[in-house]
Design a protein around this ligand. Structure first.
Ligand code: RIB
Length: 316
């Protein structure tokens, strides 16, 4: 496999995780089962996922001048991710408060802190790094102006821009511009609904495709994924891989990172979707976010789904 290069412009968080039997209702208190602290943030998770899936990876982002930031930087170093463009910020490392119930469902509140100070100036300073990418991978956890600037640099350099709109930015002209600059848009089901105002994924996928610069690839949890290549042809479904779910936190990040690594290596998109679905499924079998990302070897070892022609390519 050719080793492509993925540059992630995005967030790094420390995840404070409580496991509980079931998620509380609004205003209700439940007793938790255990507490743990893990590296996370959609940017960091996707960087680790892409790296473990076989890509060279560089990260552009911000951490605090604190012990949590030091620990995230150590992880980047241990994973072999270039952190030349990860800047320290006095605002403190981003925090995510995460509740995971026994069924695997989760709820997350993110406080961006240092991530909130990532702006176009820092992205401009990282221009040389961004221009080396085959794929530039973006999410919604850092200011939109930074993601938009990264997409502009990437497109001017001929890089593929993959945008995972998580969380979905508020509607504005910059979001429209970012969607238009995106070669791939990867929402999950609720993000697709928020972006398009419809809960019907095929309808929403076609609507979003009209606003994006390239295909829409929506993840649908245990129903797999839906690929809308252009607004004139029928959406193509891809089945999910069956695994025993422990924790779904980071599953979408595993999908986005592995998909980007696969595209960066020159893999045909249908096969890249199959590879990414396997990565997303495997991330659900382990607790945690960044540390739950599967290796390329594990992804390739996961048995293919039963239905033929679903894009899980033998050549991966
Ligand atoms: O996608 C999962 C991630 O969302 C967590 O790691 C948390 O940090 C939030 O960013």
């Amino acid at each position: 496999m050719a080793r492509g290069c993925v540059v992630v412009v995005g967030s790094l968080n420390m995840d404070l995780v409580v496991r509980c039997g079931r998620l509380p209702q609004v205003g209700e208190t439940v007793l938790g089962l255990e507490y743990s602290q893990h590296p996370g943030g959609k940017g960091l998770n996707q960087a680790v996922a892409a790296r473990r899936a076989g890509a060279e990876v560089a990260m552009v982002g911000r951490v605090g001048e604190d012990a949590l930031g030091g620990s995230l930087r150590s992880l980047l170093a241990a994973e072999g991710i270039d952190q030349t463009d990860v800047v320290q910020d006095p605002a403190g490392t981003g925090i995510a408060l995460i509740e995971v119930e026994t069924s695997g469902r989760n709820r997350i509140v993110v406080v961006p802190r240092a991530n909130g100070a990532l702006g176009p100036g820092q992205v401009n300073a990282a221009e040389r790094t961004i221009r080396t990418a085959d794929v530039v991978l973006l999410q919604g956890e850092v200011p939109l102006a930074a993601s938009l600037r990264a997409a502009e640099i990437a497109r001017s350099a001929g890089c593929t821009v993959v945008f995972n709109p998580a969380p979905v930015p508020a509607p504005c002209a910059s979001l429209d511009r970012l969607l238009a600059l995106s070669c791939w848009v990867l929402p999950n089901e609720s993000e697709l609904a928020a972006l398009t105002g419809t809960a019907d994924p095929p309808v929403g996928g076609v609507a979003l495709r009209k606003r994006s610069g390239g295909p829409v690839l929506a993840t649908l949890g245990e129903r797999g994924a839906l690929l809308v290549t252009d607004s004139a042809s029928l959406p193509r479904p891809f089945p999910a891989r069956r695994v025993e779910v422990i924790d779904t936190v980071g599953a979408g990040d595993a999908f986005a990172g592995a998909f980007s690594a696969s595209l960066a290596a020159g893999t045909e998109p249908g096969a890249a979707v199959g590879f990414a679905l396997a990565a997303g499924a495997l991330a659900c079998t382990r607790s945690g976010a960044a540390l739950a990302m599967p290796t390329r070897a594990a992804i390739l070892a996961l048995p293919a789904p039963v239905r033929p022609g679903d894009g899980a390519g033998d050549s991966l």
